[in-house]
Design a protein around this ligand. Structure first.
Ligand SMILES: *[C@@H]1O[C@H](CO)[C@@H](O)[C@H](O)[C@H]1NC(C)=O
Ligand SMILES: *[C@@H]1O[C@H](CO)[C@@H](O)[C@H](O)[C@H]1NC(C)=O
Length: 354
């Protein structure tokens, strides 16, 4: 115990001084360190402007998790979708975020949209998300535990996201989502399914990645792939968010595409990092993609309002928090997996997915 604490303190001191060398070492010997000390040790502030959650829609576990695992939601949209898709997000799952903002190219105070001054076009998506992460880091980088990026056609079950994230230390360098393979070993997370960065990962991305074109070069890769490459170069581990049966919690398609059985022969086949053995949809699922505003209201009704006579509310206990050592083992396991996994490399032409 004492020795661990000493190592940690030494680690912090060295971390503060040698962050850059640290990163360099990471690039050469990937696996060992999970943490990189970040400059400002500002005390954490509880959000004051939290979006209302309706108590009658939430059991005790959900409201406990709301306080314990604070998730900032950053939703990509554009002006012409403010009143439709973005409004749908805000009226449904978005209200369960600890804080919700929309990234756009026009301010919209009522919606909560920020103008990032990046022209709306497909080739600019990476630039827009990057500007979004820089904005969020500057304004909210210390205030939340996890930072979710979603699209305005993503539906997220926030309670399940928090329940999944709760065991992990938000200062570990990790991100989670639906993992796609690529021509860099750990792959990246599908943009459409939404992905979530730890506070540590957000800081690492901003303090190291965005400041250095070696780590976050500009290129024509799609937004999600580009950001995944950048995160991997600054040592953020691509976590595994599958359930105990190997089913995916973050899904890059909607239930209408994936049920009753996982389809074969779709574009997804080319992207699986983990090819599903059976059906892909987890019963502790977190997100779906390609959900229309109308469907968001359907999901909302079926998930949060409709009661089934005789069925008890599902009341799960909090999962245990992982110790630093357990987390290190888990993340190193994933880090090793990415190099041992016999990956087929995907070529440049198949990049634009979402
Ligand atoms: C149905 O469930 C919701 C959410 O748990 C609850 O607020 C509501 O009172 C329930 N309605 C009935 C009729 O039981
Ligand atoms: C969550 O935090 C709020 C504000 O601090 C508090 O009023 C509420 O009781 C907390 N809920 C739980 C379940 O701990």
């Amino acid at each position: 115990m004492y020795r661990n604490a000493l190592c940690l303190v030494l680690g912090l001191i060295i971390g503060i001084r040698l962050t850059d060398i640290f990163v360099y070492m990471r690039l050469t010997s990937e696996n060992d360190m999970l943490y990189i000390e970040t400059p400002a040790a500002t005390p954490q502030v509880m959000p004051t402007e939290s979006v209302n959650i309706h108590n009658d829609e939430h059991n005790d576990l959900a409201s406990l998790l709301y306080n314990e695992t604070r998730v900032f939601c950053m939703v990509l949209t554009m002006p012409k979708s403010h009143a439709t898709k973005a409004a749908g997000v805000k009226r449904t799952w978005g209200k369960r975020c600890n804080k919700l903002i929309f990234l756009s190219s026009e301010d919209d105070a009522e919606l909560g949209a920020v103008n990032l001054h990046v022209k709306e076009k497909r080739g600019n998506l990476y630039a827009k998300v990057r500007a979004g992460f820089a904005y969020v880091h500057e304004h909210y980088g210390e205030d939340y535990d996890w930072y979710l990026k979603a699209d305005d056609d993503t539906f997220v079950i926030m309670e399940n996201l928090r329940w999944f994230l709760y065991p992990f230390d938000p200062d570990a360098l990790v991100f989670f989502g639906h993992r796609f393979r690529s021509n860099f070993p750990q792959g990246y997370m599908s943009g459409g399914a939404g992905y979530v960065l730890s506070r540590g990962a957000l800081q690492q991305l901003n303090h190291i990645g965005f400041k250095n074109s070696i780590y976050c070069p500009s290129s024509k890769l799609s937004e999600d792939r580009h950001l995944g490459l950048c995160l991997s170069l600054v040592g953020v581990v691509a976590g595994d968010s599958r359930d105990e049966k190997g089913r995916e919690r973050f899904l890059p398609m909607a239930p209408k595409h994936l049920l009753p059985h996982t389809p074969q022969g779709t574009w997804l086949d080319r992207y699986y990092f983990f090819r599903p053995q059976n059906d892909i949809t987890s019963d502790t699922g977190i997100s779906f993609h390609y959900v229309t505003a109308m469907e968001m209201h359907l999901f909302e009704y079926f998930m949060y309002q409709l009661n089934i006579s005789g069925l008890p509310l599902i009341q799960k206990k909090l999962p245990p928090r992982l110790t630093i050592q357990e987390m290190q083992e888990k993340l190193n396991f994933w880090a090793k997996l990415r190099t041992n996994n016999n990956l087929q490399l995907v070529h440049e032409q198949s990049t634009s997915v979402n």
